[in-house]
Design a protein around this ligand. Structure first.
Ligand SMILES: *Cc1c(COP(=O)(O)O)cnc(C)c1O
Ligand code: SF4
Length: 330
């Protein structure tokens, strides 16, 4: 479908931002309302081409397309769905969240390669709250003064929007703190641009004394194609722990069959399911939401059909707790 760029930055520069172009590339001529196109003003459309290549041509209901295509439904207001559902950001320094005892989260970059319509970030895509380089020494001092922290989570936005050089400098600093054992990335970038799995980054991770965990964000089995599988094997061969988190999304992955297929496909390419998050109630994303009562049979179905190690933990984020909240439906 596309002639890919070999460098991820060049591929990123070719990201599709016009929903009309997106539909044309997919040969979709279904009538769209003006509202569908206008919703890009609420949250810009951003879809890298390798992600588009995994969508089915001619299918307006494709589960990957629905995650990224602007929709008139985003204008609907619904009680309880607000701009900032996780209002309690416990920022200890700009770009640093320390909510849970043993791990600290650094917002390395605020931007993402893809804009997912259900994201809680949709109301502040340009908010500059990322960790800038001038603050790195303060972060290291904070880590040194907090011996309970043994893991640093690099997040964002998407931490892999940072260059390999930027990441290797940051990791080198983190390594100087003796009680840090692990470094974890929360990223969707390799899923939408597999070329992001560069040799340089892989080498940096390999050379580090820190154990690396990559938590990817994949919601549907169709997101894992041959190109992604090939690039992921670079990390697998180096024994980087690969985990996945998904968001439960109405009309996209809200069935036992779809989630079983996702877990099976993840395992085939060397990734274990970690979390499935219930949707944050963010304004503009109510059409992706399903109430707990409607999800009971899905949770039970997964337990019945999958080995325990392929069942993701169901969780939701709540303010002021010691961990993410486990969700057990009955
Ligand atoms: C989710 C999250 C973590 C990681 O939590 P785990 O349960 O270990 O995956 C750490 N810090 C913050 C602020 C988080 O939101
Ligand atoms: S990649 Fe993650 S942070 Fe970025 S828009 Fe998608 S869900 Fe939000």
């Amino acid at each position: 479908m596309f002639e890919y760029e070999s460098s991820w930055q060049k591929e990123l520069a070719k990201t599709i931002t016009d929903p009309k172009v997106l539909l044309t590339l997919l040969d979709i001529n279904t009538e769209q309302s003006e509202g569908d196109f206008a919703a890009r003003q609420l949250f810009p459309v951003r879809v890298p081409r390798p992600f588009i290549a995994k969508m089915e041509k001619g299918n307006i209901n494709d589960p990957l397309l629905k995650q990224v295509m602007a929709s008139a439904l985003e204008f609907e207001e619904k009680a309880g769905f607000v701009a900032d559902p996780l209002a309690e950001h416990e920022s200890v320094l700009p770009g640093v969240l320390h909510k849970y005892k043993s791990r600290v989260l650094l917002m390395v970059k605020t931007g993402c390669a893809v804009n997912c319509r259900y994201c809680f970030r949709r109301h502040f895509p340009y908010q500059e709250n990322s960790l800038n380089k001038q603050n790195w020494p303060k972060v290291i001092t904070y880590l040194q003064n907090n011996p309970d922290i043994n893991e640093v989570v690099l997040s964002g936005g998407d931490p892999l929007m940072a260059s390999d050089k930027h990441l290797s400098e940051l990791i080198a600093l983190i390594e100087t703190v003796d009680h840090i054992k692990r470094i974890r990335f929360h990223t969707r970038l390799p899923v939408v641009i597999p070329q992001r799995i560069t040799s340089e980054l892989t080498q940096t991770l390999l050379n580090s004394r820190l154990k690396t965990i990559m938590v990817l964000h994949i919601n549907h089995a169709n997101e894992i194609d041959e190109l992604l599988a090939q690039y992921l094997s670079k990390w697998r061969n180096h024994k980087i722990t690969l985990l996945n988190q998904s968001v439960l999304l109405k009309g996209i992955n809200d069935s036992v069959e779809t989630l079983v297929e996702l877990s099976e496909r993840l395992f085939e390419v060397g990734i274990l399911p970690y979390y499935i998050h219930l949707l944050d109630k963010v304004a503009g994303a109510a059409h992706f939401y399903r109430a707990d009562e409607e999800l009971v049979s899905i949770q039970q179905g997964l337990l019945a059909e999958l080995p325990g190690f392929l069942v993701p933990k169901w969780a939701r984020e709540e303010a002021g707790l010691l961990s993410k909240s486990p969700v057990v439906l009955s």
